[in-house]
Design a protein around this ligand. Structure first.
Ligand SMILES: NC(=O)c1ccc[n+]([C@@H]2O[C@H](COP(=O)([O-])OP(=O)(O)OC[C@H]3O[C@@H](n4cnc5c(N)ncnc54)[C@H](OP(=O)(O)O)[C@@H]3O)[C@@H](O)[C@H]2O)c1
Length: 291
C-alpha cells in the first residue's frame, strides 16, 4: 500500500489534503502538534520522521505563511520555507520517493500584464517570497522526483484567510476599504487538495507508467480567471447577510510591511497539458465553497 507522509494537517491546504488523499493509500499526517512531532525548523526531526515512516510520497503543505511578519522574521521564514524543503528533498531522494511541495505566486515581482508561466523569470519582492523561492531552488538543486505546485490567494473555511477576514469585518464595520489594483486568482484550499489528489492518483496507478524523471518540475495550480481583492470582496459578500459599503482603494493607500506583486495571475497550461486537470474558475470555486 502506498505510504503518504503529509506535513501540516492543520493548515488550510493540509486539512483538505488529509481528507482528499485517503483513497490513495495510508496517509500519515504529521506536524508540530502530533506525536512524534515534526518541526520544519528542526532538521533532525524532519530526517527522523522520514526515515521512520519510509514514505513513497511526501506532501509538504507546511510553511511559514505570515507574509508581513516574515519581513521581521526573515531568518525563521528562510529556515522553514527555504532550508527545510531541501532536507525533505534529500530524504525523498534517498528513498526514491516523490516530494510534492507547494510554492507561491509571490516568487514573481508582479510586473507582468499577462499570466505568468513556469518559464518566466522569478524576482520576489518580499522576504516571504524570497524564502519560498529558496525552497523551490533547494528542491531543484537536490533533484530526485518532485512536483513544486505554485498556487495563489488561498482561502477556505478554516485558518487565516481573506474570505474569513472579510466575513468577520462585514459584521463589525459599515464600510470596507479594499485594495482594487492588485490582480490574482483566489484559489479554494479544497480545490488545491483535490487537484493534488488527482495528480497523485495518476502517478500511483499501475495503469499509468509515470516517468517521474520527466514529470518532475514546477507547475502552476490556481483557480481559473483573475480578479482584484476589491471584486473578490464583492463576490464574497453576495453570499452574506451583512452588506457594508465597499470602497476601492489603491495599494499605496493600504501600506503593509511586505510588498505584494501587483499582478500575479498564473497560467495553468502546463498542468492541463501534463495531467489533464483543469481547475474551476475562481467564481465557481467560491460558489461551491460558500454552499
Ligand atoms: N495562504 C496563501 O494565500 C498561499 C498562497 C500561495 C501559496 N501558498 C502556499 O501553500 C501552502 C499551504 O499554505 P496554507 O495557506 O495551507 O498555510 P497555513 O494555513 O498557514 O498553514 C501552514 C501550516 O504549516 C504548519 N507549520 C508552520 N510552521 C511549521 C513548522 N515549523 N513545522 C511544521 N509545520 C509548520 C502549520 O502548522 P501549525 O498548526 O503547527 O501552525 C500549518 O499547518 C504553503 O506552502 C504556502 O506557502 C499559500
Amino acid at each position: 500500500m502506498t505510504r503518504i507522509l503529509l506535513l501540516a494537517p492543520t493548515g488550510q491546504v493540509g486539512w483538505e489534503l488529509l481528507r482528499c488523499t485517503q483513497t490513495l493509500g495510508n496517509v500519515i499526517a504529521v506536524g508540530r502538534h502530533t506525536n512524534p512531532t515534526l518541526d520544519l525548523a528542526n532538521p533532525d526531526s524532519i530526517r527522523q520522521m522520514v526515515r521512520d515512516v519510509q514514505p513513497h510520497i511526501i506532501v509538504n503543505a507546511a510553511a511559514y505563511t505570515a507574509v508581513d511578519k516574515a519581513e521581521q522574521e526573515s531568518e525563521l521564514a528562510y529556515v522553514i520555507n527555504g532550508t527545510a524543503p531541501g532536507i525533505l528533498a534529500e530524504e525523498a531522494r534517498r528513498l526514491s520517493a516523490l516530494l510534492v511541495h507547494y510554492s507561491t505566486d509571490y516568487v514573481f515581482d508582479g510586473t507582468h500584464q499577462q499570466p505568468y508561466t513556469e518559464q518566466n523569470n522569478v524576482n520576489p519582492v518580499s522576504a516571504y517570497g524570497a524564502s519560498k523561492l529558496a525552497g523551490e531552488q533547494a528542491i531543484q538543486s537536490i533533484g530526485g522526483h518532485y512536483l513544486i505546485l505554485r498556487t495563489a490567494w488561498v482561502y477556505g473555511r478554516r485558518g487565516n484567510n481573506f474570505l474569513l477576514t472579510i466575513q468577520r469585518l462585514a459584521k463589525e464595520r459599515e464600510e470596507l476599504r479594499i485594495v482594487a489594483d492588485q490582480f490574482g486568482a483566489p484559489t479554494w484550499s479544497r480545490t488545491i487538495a483535490e487537484a493534488t489528489t488527482h495528480i497523485l492518483s495518476q502517478l500511483v496507478s499501475p495503469l499509468y507508467q509515470a516517468d517521474l524523471d520527466s514529470l518532475s518540475g514546477i507547475y502552476h495550480l490556481t483557480c481559473g480567471g483573475q480578479t482584484t481583492w476589491y471584486d473578490f470582496t464583492k463576490a464574497i459578500l453576495k453570499y452574506g447577510e451583512q452588506q457594508p459599503q465597499i470602497l476601492p482603494i489603491t495599494t499605496a493607500e493600504y501600506p503593509t510591511p511586505a510588498k505584494r506583486p501587483v499582478y500575479s495571475v498564473l497560467a495553468n497550461t502546463k498542468l492541463i497539458d501534463t495531467f489533464g486537470i483543469t481547475l474551476p474558475a475562481w467564481e465557481r470555486a467560491l460558489e461551491l465553497c460558500m454552499e
